[in-house]
Design a protein around this ligand. Sequence first.
Ligand SMILES: [Zn+2]
Length: 153
Amino acid sequence: MRKLQGVHLATDLQEADETLEPLGPDALDLSRDDLATTLSHHRGRLKTTLTDQSVIAGLGNLLADEICWRARINPLRPARDLDAAEITGLHRATRRVLRDSVKAERVPPRKTWLTGARDTPGPTCPRCGTPLESRRLSGRRTVWCPTCQPAAL
Ligand SMILES: [Zn+2]
């Protein structure tokens, strides 16, 4: 069973700061260069790095998969191996997916999004029709398109 950490209620600003201290910067506040610096310090997989709340706060399992799919980057690649153009694309995809998700108050399961396809029977990529691949990573299912998001360049 998946367990969430909990809900914290701070009584003042100092307590709020202390509660938020272990978290990385909010994903929506991260500049392109902040993202580049962050990723360059992590040799772990991109997906694992993006969903580590102490590195970047706010990206969950669905969001991270959606962002990688939108940016056409394989989520299993080492975070620090992304080139400058890929980081720019990843940053753009992060902002776009987050803005749309905040507006929809969830990761919207649209037919044109990975999220709308991933839980269908025999799921295929909404962009190219290739059957989606998946595997468990840190206890969560990671989904990607092997055509749009090849394993290595
Ligand atoms: Zn595809």
